[in-house]
Write a protein that binds this ligand. Sequence first.
Ligand code: A2H
Length: 253
Amino acid sequence: EGAGPQEYTLIKMEVLEPLPNVFKSFKGKKVNFVAATLRPETMYGQTNCWVHPDIKYIAFETVNDGIFICTKRAARNMSYQGFTEKDGEFNVLEHFVGQNLLGIALKSPATCYQKIYSLPMLTIKEDKGTGIVTSVISDSPDDYAAFVDLQKKPAFREKYGITDDMVLPYKPVPILEIPEFGNLSAVHVYDKLKIQSQNDKDKLVQAKEMVYLKGFYDGVLLVGEFKGSKVQDVKKNIQIKLIEQKDACIYYE
Ligand code: A2H
């Protein structure tokens, strides 16, 4: 960081019909939650999407991709990257607080689950990416920790109006084999370090250090068109494919 712009893959997750009440003024349009990820190759294992209940989000119209839901800061960045009609300009169609964007059914490009839900994560940073995060509980310790919090604590689900069917049927999907960590690396390090919750900051930093580089250099894909290939050899191809399918864009910040 600090060494110039970071490239992210911007994943589009379309809100399923019928549009929920919060989006009723967008009837007939495509509405997408958008998330910035560094790991497009993990999209095969997406189990949900994360939204921070207390962060403010907006809806704005893009030129080619329908309506986007993200932070205002991200919309401004996108307006300088060709997502809107006029450079540096974007129309705010509506304002939201994250808690009103929870429990919404979404379609995700590459996962085995037909529908996934937007769920609360309390460690999302307002000033990074779009403020919305794609969740891959098999390979991200942060995602797995936040998901276990919801699975273990019915009161936490209830507080945000999350019903059991949005959480309990979802299991980590084996998508990457990493030597020493197996095919569910996030679950492995979570157990090994005895992580207690998404707020277990130091251990989560340690967990990430353990799996990330090894996943990139030695991880082998277990699913999809690039099954059997090393992540480092096909990461770019997977990103390009998602973009060609109109499921993703490139986003810098
Ligand atoms: B990654 P960097 Cl499987 N707040 O995507 C907190 N975290 C955010 C965020 C925000 N506002 N915006 C993006 N992120 C997450 C997948 C993934 C990610 C896996 C493994 C590791 C990983 C699925 N979640 O990231 O600070 C997003 O999660 C490891 C760091 O720019 C995004 O990629 O390095 C990553 O953090 C971007 O973090």
